[in-house]
Every structure is written in C-alpha cells, then in structure tokens.
Design a protein around this ligand. Sequence first.
Ligand code: SAH
Length: 481
Amino acid sequence: MATLFPLFADLHDRPVLVVGGGAVAERKVQALREAGARIHLQAPTLTPALQALADAGRLGWEPGTFRAGALDGVWLVIAATDDADTNRAVADAASRRRVLANVVDDAALSSFHVPAVVQRGELQIAVSSGGGAPMVARHLRRQLETWLDESWGALTALLARERRRIRARFPEPGARRRFFEQLLAGPLPRLLRQRQPEQAERLLADALAAPVSRPAGAVVLVGAGPGDPGLLTLNGLRALNEADVILHDRLVSDAVLQLARRDALRIEVGKSAQGHSVRQESIHALMLEHARAGRRVVRLKGGDPFVFGRGGEELEFLRAHDITYEVVPGITAAVACAAYAGIPLTHRDHAQSVRLVTAHCRDSLDTLDWAALARGRQTLAFYMGVAGLETVQARLSAEGCPASTPFALIENGSRAEQRVITGHLDRLAETARHHQVSSPALLVLGEVAGLADTLHWFGPAPLAAPPRSDHPAAATLPHAA
Ligand code: SAH
C-alpha cells in the first residue's frame, strides 16, 4: 500500500463540515476552531458545549441527519457519528465530490487521517501510523511530549519573527543553514528554556551583527558501523547532520543513511571486494573538489574507517593537499558481528588474542603468515573472505590447525537479514556453499566461535553444516599449493 502524504492544511476561514454532535464531534470542533476553520455542524442534537458555540454564532448548525448537499463548498468533512451507515454515506458522498473526508476511528473509510500532535506554539509535530495502529502514534506522541519542553515554541516564534532579517543577512542557503545550526547548537535554546527571552533576542541580534566568515571546507572520515543504525556513534550522527556532501560506500546501510541530513548531496562511491566501481583516485578527487569549495564532506565508510577501509590513504591524501580532517571511529565488523552472534572475541578459557585478517584476494592470502594464524588460543576474524574460504580452510589445515576448530560465518551482521552459520574447520567451505553465504560476511575462527550455538540472541539461531555425504568432504577440497 502506498504511504500517506503528510500535510499541514491551512483551514483558516475555510468552510469545514462536521457530521455529528456528540463528544467526539466536540473534540474535532475544538481542534478545527484552533485552526480557525469556519465550522458547519450537521446533527440532530448537540452536546451542551456545542450548543453554546452554536448559540454564540461560533459555528453553523443545521439540525437533522446527514444530507449530501451540505458538502457543497466545504474543503473537508469529518464524520463523527456512531452510526456506521451515516459514516459510510458521508465518506461516499465526499469521495464523489472530491472532498477529503475523515471518518472517526475508521481508517478504511477515511481519505485523510488526523495525526496525533505535539504542539509547542507554532511548532507542531504530527505522528501517524498510517491509520493502522493509532496506539503506536499516541504512545510516541506521549514520549515526544516529555522530550520537548515549552521553549521550542518560543524558539520557533523568535526565529519566525527574525526570519526576514536572517534571510537578508545570509542570502546564500548554505551560509544560512550554517548560521542556524551554530545558533541552535549554541546558548540560544538554553536561554529560552531558562525563560530569558531578552537575552536570547540580544544573542541573536549580536550573531546577526557579527562579521560573516567563509567556512573552510573539511572532511570527516566517519565509521558507519556494520548496519544497525543504533551502532553509529553520537559524533558520527552529528557529522551526518552537518554534512553538505556525503561520500558513502555501498556497505553503508540505508538505515544509517536515513539519519543523514536530507538535503546533503549523497554520492555512492560503492566499492565491493569484487568490483571497484569508483576508483580510489576519483574518491580523492571528489573529497578535494567539495572541501575546496568550502563544503563539509563526510566520507562515510562501513564499520571503522581504519580497519580495511583505506582510511589511512585518504588521510595521507588530505594531508598532502592541506585539507582539514577529522576521524570518527565506527564499530568494525569483527566487533559487531561477534557481538550480534553471541561470540566473545576473547575468553579466558579459549582465546587470549584476536587477529583481524583480510582475505581479500589471492595476493593477500599468499602474503599471510599461515603458520602463525594456525596457532591455538586465539580468535581469527577474516574480512572479505567469502571467495577465499577454500584457501583459508586448506592453508590452516595444512599448518596443523585442528579439523575440529569451530567457525562462525556471520552474513549481514547486525542487520535484519543477519544469518549465522556455524561448524568446524574441516567443513568450512562446503558449509558456506551449502548455505550460499554471500557478501558482506565475516568469518570468525577459533574456539570462541562455538559459543554462538548457545549464546546467540539476535535473529534466527545459527545454521549448521549439512548432513555428511558418503564422500568425506575433505576429499573434495582443493588443496592449496
Ligand atoms: N571498514 C570495514 C571493513 C571493510 S571491508 C569495517 O571496519 O568493518 C568489507 C568487509 O567487512 C566485508 O567483506 C565483510 O567481511 C566485512 N563486513 C562489513 N560489514 C559487515 C556486516 N554487516 N556483516 C558481515 N560482515 C561485514
């Protein structure tokens, strides 16, 4: 189903029809009056409060039951009766005349919904569940009520009052946005919270009078974590909110990108272990171009930028070109996948050290110290390893790593689609093939990997190796030279 289009309607002085004269109609009338609508009521009888409004000429009342002609010339209609037939008749007649209709407590009959609202002066936050679960919207509204104090109304009013002056001072939208951000990050909101409106106004006037300095561009290298947006750091979130340009890898999850400033320019410079879709030089060139134009560039990478993320090369480049930079670490795949699979990377009984290893390509596999990797009492975390699993298995076995060494493959770690596959080294490649493990996936190898079978807590339970076939799996494995 399509989503609802959110809309704040200006009903000031516009005719609106309310069908019904009971308690529910009374609530709707109250909200419509706050919006300044010209209200016409159609109902056989009215509550005393509605009656009083009618008597005082605050609304028009047509006694009697619903009559389609009453829809002539109205912008909206609200059916607030407890009679299902009447409500349906209102919805049908409204639909024929292209008048938006809300039928109280009937999402299916309604062509518009009235959201749950948090209001602070002119500032309104409307929450909708799409009509399907109003309780969720109401619950969230209550939470918002406690988060947002009254000063938001004062803040909105102050900035609305000064809007023209601010625009004149900062005609360029980028500069204006930076001004607002600095203002809102500064002491202004606090002054309003402390009910010091004069000081707040003075602060704003001073800020407007201060000389404008052209911001220097900069690059923030941000680790986006493994996918779950909750694993982004607060500094990472702040950088995303302040970014003018976001250069992100394909590995960065949509859920994280959703948190970024809406109007930031987003460029996917996706690189997968297989295809280098945007060359590193082009990424460097993009960073340089935007930073030199005075923009705030966020270079957003999956996991941590300094763990198999080429963050080092990018900083060297920025340094060489005199561009200011900052690094915000992220939770790297090994740490996140282990946590979300219930695997402690170190454990007093099993492993005293952890190695992060890249199994990216033949070259990197050839240069690894396999004898050292095959030693016990350590945990190995292989990145980018899906294609190299046969080699990993063969090389480690050849160096004497026991066939019974547990492994866990974590695919899409921390994401909704996460899968964990566990087994033992002698059937690593076969098991991965059987379950069609695909990228991104991380291989954890070592005694601790076995703990996933009991300690798992996120997503479905780990999948196991397929039943053994007649032929011993090991015999079908290609042995590395
Ligand atoms: N800088 C990243 C690693 C980039 S290399 C970090 O610190 O995590 C890309 C590899 O990381 C993938 O091939 C995969 O092995 C691993 N990876 C990244 N995110 C992952 C995830 N959500 N689940 C499983 N593996 C992941």
